[in-house]
Ligand binder design. Sequence first.
Ligand code: SF4
Length: 196
Amino acid sequence: MPRTLKVITDARACTICAKHLPNKPRPLLQGSKQSRILLIGQAPGQKAHDTGIPWDDASGQRLREWLQLTDQQFYDPALVALIPMGFCYPGTGKSGDLPPRPECAPEWHPRLLKAMPNIKLTILLGRYALDRYLPEGAGPYKTITAAVQDYKTLLKHHLIALPHPSPRNNIWLKKNPWFEKQTLSVLNRQLKSALR
Ligand code: SF4
């Protein structure tokens, strides 16, 4: 197990936006100096907050299938960094979970990314990650679908956008069969090369 980075320890003790959160802060993130793949999602849900394990649900299972990673590989910070746009569960609104807290990424991401110099591929999941990390020369994308489709441009910047793996997104997957037929094989090739 790699040594825990100081910035990870610091982030895990963060309480910056505690007054806006429904629970006591419980920042969920992983990463190490050796991490090779960076996954930037939205924010943990209530279940992850309760268990303290990110992506420990049906979405996470599908995500690992897409990435062709075992649970052990996925939760190994020497391989994968899990750095969402908000580290704590933000609460629920009228139409599902609230957005990631806006204080979080600007406060923590720059220090974290600097401490992980071996990232070979960054996976962007969701609009907030895409908006923050869209490189010059890519997009702008009106929809996540457009970003997922434009993997050739994003890969030039060592990025790839994925749709949300939630079972609630099954309709999207049915409407866009090219994703599982073509994009995933490109992603898997990139991942293999990033992990080599
Ligand atoms: S969401 Fe981010 S900024 Fe807010 S308390 Fe948690 S770690 Fe800190």
